[in-house]
Design a protein around this ligand. Structure first.
Ligand code: FES
Ligand SMILES: [Fe+2]
Length: 383
């Protein structure tokens, strides 16, 4: 075996890359997410005017910056000159200037100014990839795939959060050291009620429906929703909390309890073992704890923060600890067999694998394959 081939092979104790994976489990834990969708990368509040924000999609560095006029731009986070991170640069107007030799990029990734002598040459035509970027629901969304596809994909609408009578909203975001598929498994697999036995967000769940429809897995449970600490905020005379509907609506996950308590979970696959999650929970009504009275809408944001601190953020941290531990377990024991009981998990994993294979097939057919497929979710040695 040539030294190059030896170097390309994963170490024997490393989980296999997608191309080398044989089992469904190894495939799903190595699969990326189809970049031809919109992915949230940060809250709008994380990126003030004139600032940059470094993120990644499946190991591929992206800089998002906000011009001094408020406009958003997203470029590959790599100066075309000596590969410095552009996120370390400076925003001037709608342009981004690399900190080293002062090459200035416009929002399309084209170098429009060189801050040094060009040695008698004409100004070279230099460009780095740029990505469609927009904002919605208080989040910044990037389309990391083929930009021509961006117009064909929609960011999920959440009509309940706008209009005259917006629902109360609670946000939560975490960066977990776990593969995105473990998080998708976690949020819709209600067999893990035991983990949350202190908070009881759901209890005694029985799967009553499971269906794959195109790129969406829909499922329902009969279960008792919102017991434990959240109990005092829910008016059970008005909201039927005995069942829940969920969907892995690729690549997003959502839930709906009686049309009154809803959530979205958006994942950003940073690399093979790191995922940022963005949860949005929203509630049509809450009651004043200790009474039978509905909470006035103007007080709901305040109570949402209390409910978050008491009942939602702590349980999400339990999920985070569990999936991080699962990731660690997978990396150590990836050759050992596992037992999976919930049929919904099998469908989530089939969908994740199929969507990644479809993307790889599309990408191979392109004249210039994307660097996201080539990166294979690699963890860069230097962050
Ligand atoms: S490395 Fe960016 S301008 Fe030279
Ligand atoms: Fe959970």
């Amino acid at each position: 075996m040539s030294p190059d081939a030896r170097r390309a092979r994963p170490a024997p104790d490393q989980p296999p890359a997608f191309a080398d994976a044989r089992s469904k489990r190894a495939k799903v834990r190595a699969a990326g997410m189809d970049p031809d969708y919109w992915y949230p990368v940060a809250y709008e509040s994380e990126l003030p005017r004139g600032k940059t924000l470094a993120t990644r999609f499946w190991g591929h560095p992206i800089v998002v910056y906000r011009g001094t006029d408020g406009s958003l731009h997203a470029l590959a986070d790599r100066c075309a000159h000596r590969q410095l991170k552009l996120s370390g640069g400076e925003v001037n107007g709608c342009h981004l200037t690399c900190t080293y030799h002062g090459w200035t990029y416009d929002g399309d990734g084209k170098v429009v100014h060189y801050a040094h002598d060009l040695f008698g040459r004409a100004q070279p035509e230099v460009k780095v990839p740029s990505y469609p970027v927009t904002s919605r629901h208080g989040l910044i969304w990037v389309f990391p795939g083929n930009p021509e596809q961006a117009g064909t994909r929609a960011i999920p609408g959440i009509p309940e959060l706008s209009g005259d009578r917006p629902w109360a909203r609670l946000d939560a975001s975490y960066t977990w050291r776990a593969h995105h598929s473990m998080i998708i498994d976690n949020v819709s697999d209600f067999t893990h009620a035991y983990l949350h036995r202190r908070f009881r967000p759901f209890w005694d769940a029985k799967l009553t429906r499971l269906e794959l429809i195109d790129d969406r897995v829909e499922l329902s449970y009969d279960t008792f929703i919102g017991a434990g600490r959240f109990n005092c905020f829910i008016d059970r005379r008005k909201v039927d909390t005995t069942s829940i509907e969920l969907a892995f609506d690729y690549p997003y996950q959502r839930s709906d309890t009686a049309g009154s308590i809803k959530s979205w979970c958006f994942v950003l696959p940073l690399d093979r073992r790191t995922t940022r999650t963005f949860f949005i929970f929203y509630f049509d009504m809450l009651k004043i704890p200790g009474t039978r009275r509905s909470l006035p809408r103007r007080l709901m944001p305040l109570f949402m923060r209390v409910a978050g601190a008491l009942a939602i953020w702590p349980l999400l941290r339990e999920d985070g600890a569990a999936v991080e531990s699962e990731q660690l377990g997978y990396e150590i024991h990836h050759t050992a067999p596992i037992v999976e009981l919930n049929p919904a998990v099998g469908l989530f994993q089939d969908l994740t694998i199929r969507k990644w294979e479809e993307f790889l097939d599309r990408d191979r057919a392109r004249t210039r394959p994307s660097s996201i497929a080539a990166a294979d979710g690699r963890i860069p040695p230097h962050r």
